[in-house]
Design a protein around this ligand. Structure first.
Ligand code: G
Ligand code: G
Ligand code: NA
Ligand code: MN
Length: 252
């Protein structure tokens, strides 16, 4: 399986797809936004999970064109949903690895695809994922500041499990932290997990940052999260990531 050369042709063969997972208001159940997740349906190997694709794409540099494809597709799709369902505040979140942030081209790419889709900058959220430590954290911080000044929202994915969660919170311009699902799965049963959620919520309040709970699979997790001041969540209990054509039933 020659992943790099197969990846190079995959875009022309239309083997890439995005699935979308909603982010909801835990109190009202309203869908606030959709996270775009990359999928690759290989012509002979079937579905190749992003956990395998992304690291190879990062290593080979193909993460740059792949990331551009994701941004274009996600922005175009959001623009269609906003007008089709009259939901002008709906947002889309795109995962961006620290490697992608070391390319200065990201800012122009984002500006270009927002403009092509006629979307305001605050329609887009960039989720910083940490598959590897940042090679140049200062450069990453600079790029994020430019994006944030444009109005793009920045969130920190899988918060609490990365190499550098707390120092990123200090250094990067963050709107939202997404608390990793490992802290959420037993939040209704485990006082230590609740303590971590509570402490994160407290830091976030002082930084004026939102918190999203990831990986909600059980309705019993919702009450303790609301009690601790977490208003937004995501997870299989609400919806798995779905192909675009299944999203209208969530928005209707
Ligand atoms: O959807 P799944 O659970 O297989 O995703 C696995 C990982 O791949 C997640 O950590 C997710 O952030 C990452 N991922 C999914 N889509 C993208 C993408 O478009 N770009 C980047 N950089 N990472 C992605
Ligand atoms: O790292 P990131 O948070 O971007 O990863 C997103 C992936 O997490 C998605 O591909 C999705 O399949 C997975 N995911 C989303 N919600 C849940 C959940 O409730 N439980 C589990 N086990 N995985 C989830
Ligand atoms: Na994510
Ligand atoms: Mn995550």
């Amino acid at each position: 399986f020659r992943m790099v050369s197969d990846l190079q042709g995959a875009m022309e063969r239309s083997e890439f797809q995005l699935h979308y997972q909603p982010k909801l208001d835990l109190q009202s159940g309203e869908v606030l936004g959709l996270e775009a997740l990359f999928r690759w349906q290989h012509e002979s190997r079937g579905n190749v999970p992003p956990s395998r694709v992304i690291p190879v794409a990062e290593e080979s540099g193909l993460i740059i064109p792949l990331g551009e494809w994701v941004l274009e597709a996600a922005c175009a799709q959001l623009a269609r949903w906003r007008s089709q369902f009259n939901r002008p505040a709906l947002t889309v979140a795109v995962n961006v690895s620290l490697r992608q942030l070391s390319s200065g081209a990201l800012v122009d790419t984002v500006r270009h695809f927002l403009a092509s889709a006629c979307l305001p900058s605050d329609a887009l959220e960039i989720e910083i994922t940490e598959t590897c430590a940042a090679s140049d954290p200062e450069q990453a911080a600079r790029i994020l500041r430019v994006l944030r000044n444009m109005g793009v929202r920045i969130s920190l994915d899988d918060f609490g499990t990365g190499y550098a969660s707390l120092s990123y919170l200090r250094q990067l311009p963050i709107d939202t932290v997404k608390l990793d699902r490992s802290f959420i799965s037993n939040v209704h049963k485990n006082a230590r997990d609740r303590a971590i959620v509570a402490a994160t919520a407290q830091i976030a309040r002082q930084f004026n940052i939102n918190v999203v709970a990831e990986g909600i699979e059980d309705p019993r997790q919702i009450a303790p999260l609301l009690e601790l001041g977490i208003q937004c969540g995501q997870g299989f209990y609400f919806s798995k990531p779905l192909p675009a054509e299944k999203i209208p039933e969530l928005l209707d």
